[in-house]
Structures are given as structure tokens and as C-alpha cells.
Design a protein around this ligand. Structure first.
Ligand code: 5GP
Length: 131
């Protein structure tokens, strides 16, 4: 069962300008801003302006124009930041945590864009757990 959208989550407050962010891009579908706790030299979050909890919620419930507009914005941000190889950059990683196993902390869809250095393997290696 889908989690209801919490209008008091931190990214909803950023969208309402109730708390500040370091904005890098905005259009009718999306807002992009620097992560407050960067995990790479470039770490930007791209969020839809409409209230969707997660990528799961968004892909199930959003309209086709919202989905197209949002992912076009992700592409524009990756190029505007100079990360995309099409703009002479060295590449980037786009990641969206969705739900509990992924440790999604903020319940408003966000795509992390990481770049600015070689990023290593896709998932951090976990210590071996005794089974
Ligand atoms: P998640 O774990 O949900 O995929 O990632 C949430 C991200 O939001 C984290 O990387 C965290 O640093 C970032 N974050 C949490 N609160 C704020 C905030 O108030 N401002 C900004 N810019 N980023 C935030």
C-alpha cells in the first residue's frame, strides 16, 4: 500500500521556500539543488514539483507530461553541471532510493546526481554478514 504524501517533508518545505537551498536549476516540472551533505564533489538533488513520495509512486501515478518533464530536467541538470559526456564531462551517476530497503530518508521523490570524480562500483561493498 502506497505511503500517503507528507506535506511537511523537508523537500516540500524547500519547494514552498520555507527553508533555503542552493538552487542550480528550476523549470515548471522540477527543482534541482545541492545536497546539504554531499557524498561526491558534485552532489545535486533533482525533485519533481508535484507531490510524489518516491520513484515507485511517481511512475505509477504521475501524468506522462510530468514524467517526461521531470526526466528531461534531470538530463538538463546533468549537462548544465558539466557532468554529461555529451557536454565534455566525465560522466555521472543518477540514483533514486525508493522505500525501506533503499534507505530513502526524505519521502519526496529525488534523483541524486553524483559526479566530479571516479565514483567506484555501483554499491558500496558491505562487510560479509554471518548467515
Ligand atoms: P535519501 O536517503 O532519501 O535518498 O536522500 C536524502 C538526501 O537529502 C540526503 O543525501 C540528505 O543529505 C539530503 N537532505 C536532507 N535534508 C536536506 C536539506 O534540508 N537540504 C538539502 N539540500 N538536502 C537535504
Amino acid at each position: 500500500m502506497a505511503q500517503p504524501y507528507d506535506h511537511d517533508n523537508v523537500f516540500a518545505k524547500i519547494l514552498r521556500d520555507e527553508i533555503p537551498c542552493k538552487r542550480v536549476y528550476e523549470d515548471p516540472f522540477a527543482l534541482a539543488f545541492h545536497d546539504i551533505n554531499p557524498q561526491a564533489p558534485v552532489h545535486v538533488l533533482v525533485i519533481p514539483k508535484a507531490p510524489y513520495v518516491s520513484l515507485d509512486d511517481f511512475l505509477a501515478e504521475a501524468t506522462d507530461p510530468q514524467i517526461t518533464g521531470f526526466f528531461r530536467a534531470v538530463g538538463k541538470v546533468s549537462r548544465a553541471l558539466g557532468l554529461a559526456e555529451s557536454e565534455g564531462g566525465s560522466g555521472f551517476r543518477a540514483l533514486a532510493n525508493a522505500g525501506g530497503d533503499a534507505h530513502q530518508d526524505v519521502p519526496h521523490l529525488h534523483v541524486h546526481l553524483f559526479g566530479g570524480k571516479p565514483l567506484g562500483p555501483m554499491l558500496a561493498k558491505q562487510p560479509e554478514s554471518p548467515e
